[in-house]
Write a protein that binds this ligand. Structure first.
Ligand code: PMV
Length: 367
């Protein structure tokens, strides 16, 4: 891990004059991501207790348009409206307000404008897929693009790092949604360039099998989660196994370095499934304890294991903080696994629903 030249202070915006920039709009599309090594447990200000790595997804994304107008009489308040999939969404207000207030030291011009935030997801609403990673990263990218209008030097790597840094302050995993196909967030001694402050593209050699890895998301339970990620992260404070878990995650990331390079899928499966079950193990053993898996989550896991044993497939699963199952497999197995999902797994999904996705290359500016 190199001592990164960027520190928190350097993300603070210079004294910028929004001058001639009266009004306009900026749009970004930003993807969701699926962690292979999980982030669970944090410290202030939204810094991870261990390093994590994720595949950036391609089809599951949020599109956000930020419309900005200079206030006639500047004040020190955040002034904005949120329109989600064409309809005003006051429920989103508190979360976005908190985010904007949190990032104000880094974008002090925010109070000079009034905003309309138009946003929507490619995946069905309340599918149980966390939209915070794609949503917060899309908004962060729009805001950094606005800053770039007054500071054209904010380009290239600096631009992406600042977007990731801000996205992180909205939702930790959002720090990993700016680039692709593999992103590391959290300082790790084996990964130079890694930082607690922002996500970076995985900097070493990656076997081609991982560049087109498939992720089919089985929608087991589309309801609202019983325990939010925020509460779950909080329960890692004082958790009796916390220290061991943070060490385990960092060891898993170290073990993945030769796996990413050589494409050893057996080792990949062992690490990725262990990570998913360790994450849920932390939930099962926190105080208060809770279970986010559903009976159908376990049915699917058992069937994945049988399928692997019977066919020699490299299909494996991972889980987020919820009941849905992400099935990961190489593109070469797209047809066989696709048939297996249709015939044997779809019945365990709510309304038979699943989403097909694969690794992607990161966010896209739409204008
Ligand atoms: O970004 P948050 O605070 O919603 O936390 C996400 C945590 C997991 O999705 C469970 C793991 C991860 O690394 O994405």
């Amino acid at each position: 891990m190199k001592q990164d030249p960027l520190n928190e202070e350097q993300f603070k915006a210079r004294e910028l004059d929004p001058g001639s920039e009266e009004e306009g709009s900026i749009s970004w599309q930003s993807p969701s991501n699926i962690a292979l090594v999980k982030y669970w447990g944090k410290k202030e200000p939204q810094l991870p207790m261990n390093a994590s790595v994720s595949f950036t997804l391609s089809e599951c994304h949020t599109r956000t348009t930020l419309i900005y107008r200079k206030k006639e009489r500047p004040d020190d308040r955040m002034t904005f409206k949120v329109i989600f999939e064409g309809k005003p969404k006051p429920e989103f207000h508190p979360k976005i307000e908190k985010f904007l207030e949190r990032i104000l030291p880094y974008l002090p011009f925010l109070t000079a404008f009034e905003f309309e935030i138009h946003t929507g997801n490619s995946f069905p609403h309340s599918s149980g897929i966390a939209s915070s990673a794609s949503g917060m990263s899309a908004l962060a990218l729009c805001l950094v693009s606005l800053e770039r209008k007054f500071d054209p030097t904010l380009e290239g790597e600096r631009f992406k790092r600042k977007a990731s840094f801000l996205a992180r302050l909205g939702s930790g995993s959002a720090a990993r949604s700016i680039e692709g196909p593999l992103v590391v967030w959290g300082a790790h001694p084996g990964i130079e360039t890694s930082s607690d402050l922002y996500g970076v593209p995985y900097p070493y050699s990656v076997h081609e099998v991982f560049l087109e890895y498939q992720d089919t998301i089985l929608l087991v339970d589309k309801g609202v989660k019983q325990v939010s990620s925020t509460v779950g992260h909080g329960l890692m404070h004082g958790h009796p196994f916390a220290g061991a878990r943070f060490r385990q995650a960092n060891t898993h990331l170290q073990e993945l370095i030769p796996v990413f390079e050589g494409g050893d899928l057996e080792a990949f499966i062992r690490i990725v499934e262990k990570e998913a079950l360790s994450l849920h193990g932390m939930m099962l053993t926190s105080d208060p304890y809770f279970i986010l898996m559903r009976p159908n989550t376990l049915e699917i896991i058992e069937r994945v294991w049988s399928f692997r044993k019977d066919t020699g497939s490299s299909l494996c699963f991972t889980l987020d903080a919820g009941a849905n199952v992400h099935l990961l497999y190489p593109k070469a197995e797209k047809e066989t696994v696709g048939r297996f999902i249709e015939t044997e797994l779809a019945r365990y999904c709510q309304n038979g629903q699943f989403l097909k996705d694969q690794t992607g290359s990161g966010a896209l500016c739409l204008g």
